[in-house]
Write a protein that binds this ligand. Structure first.
Ligand code: ATR
Length: 265
């Protein structure tokens, strides 16, 4: 870690629980590589105290911004002075920048991080047909990022169909011409297949989609980072698909976070 001086800008991660977070290591490494005089520290903040903490951070002139995670991602939106279109549509924020005048500006980088990870692995979603399993918070962020990245067609399948209709209503506002379909568990006929449900976190989970219908050559992506090799990815590899595990999303996102928080010398 570089020496901390009176000029060091301070960044934070707000979470509860906090012990498991990995972002400080990642962003402190990036700041060191970039020669930035800054440090990211963990702030253990309970949900009930979020508004008080933000009011304080607004007044801290050496505060550069924060990464925000569970349980604050949705609750923080109405507490900020401005949020991006994507954050408003998704209804969640995971990065907050403090402007020189004290305004706090929010952005959601989950989906953009996923797309950056895909691109870094040589898979540009532009013009492709995508199948997305899930319609929760993570799936919303990925759906918006895929739409912004120029997918031609997006099929979404979720256990609770009403959440898909709700997502489509908001997506149509962002990208009016995008072809949207509510899907079945069958992912055949798409270039890119993404699991954005929580199924796969536990070994006893059922598969999020009908893996017997996966086709050779499809790219099957997972957002689950732990375990690195989910049952879905094992099935996909056995069926001749290309696989994209969850970890590149984190790497892709770190660089976007550093840029959004203006971590530069
Ligand atoms: P996150 O923020 O991680 O996306 P979430 O908003 O709770 O968490 O969304 C979890 C996703 O996993 C949802 O798509 C959820 O489906 P529902 O909308 O029907 O709840 C999906 N999911 C979780 N458990 C599931 C299960 N047992 N079977 C099918 N889908 C499941």
């Amino acid at each position: 870690m570089p020496e901390i001086t009176g000029r060091t800008r301070v960044f934070a991660i707000l979470a509860d629980p906090i012990a498991q977070v990995k972002t400080p290591q990642g962003l402190n490494r990036i700041m060191a590589e970039r020669g930035v005089d800054g440090v990211m520290v963990p702030l253990h903040v309970a949900a009930a105290d979020l508004a008080t903490v933000l009011a304080g951070l607004r007044a801290v002139r050496s505060f550069g911004g924060a990464i925000v995670t569970v349980p604050h991602k949705t609750a923080i939106v109405p507490l900020l002075d401005a949020v991006s279109d994507a954050a408003r549509l998704v209804g969640a924020v995971n990065a907050v920048r403090r402007e020189p005048d004290g305004r706090l500006v929010g952005e959601i980088l989950d989906g953009a991080g996923f797309v950056a990870g895909l691109r870094a692995a040589g898979h540009d979603p532009r013009g492709r047909s995508a199948y997305l399993a899930g319609a929760g918070g993570a799936a919303n962020a990925i759906a918006f990022a895929l739409a912004e990245a120029g997918v031609a067609r997006l099929t979404v399948h979720n256990r609770t169909a009403a959440r898909v209709e709700d997502l489509f209503a908001r997506l149509r506002r962002l990208v009016p011409g995008l072809l949207l379909a509510s899907g079945s568990p069958d992912p055949a006929g798409h270039d890119l297949v993404v699991n954005a449900t929580s199924l796969g976190l536990r070994p006893e989970d059922p598969l999020p989609l009908d893996a017997a219908r996966l086709e050779p050559g499809q790219l099957v992506a997972e957002i689950i980072m732990q375990p690195a090799e989910t049952a879905l990815l094992e099935h996909a590899a056995a069926r001749g698909c290309r696989i994209h595990p969850g970890l590149p999303m984190l790497e892709g996102q770190l660089a976007l976070m550093a840029d959004f928080l203006r971590m530069r010398p």
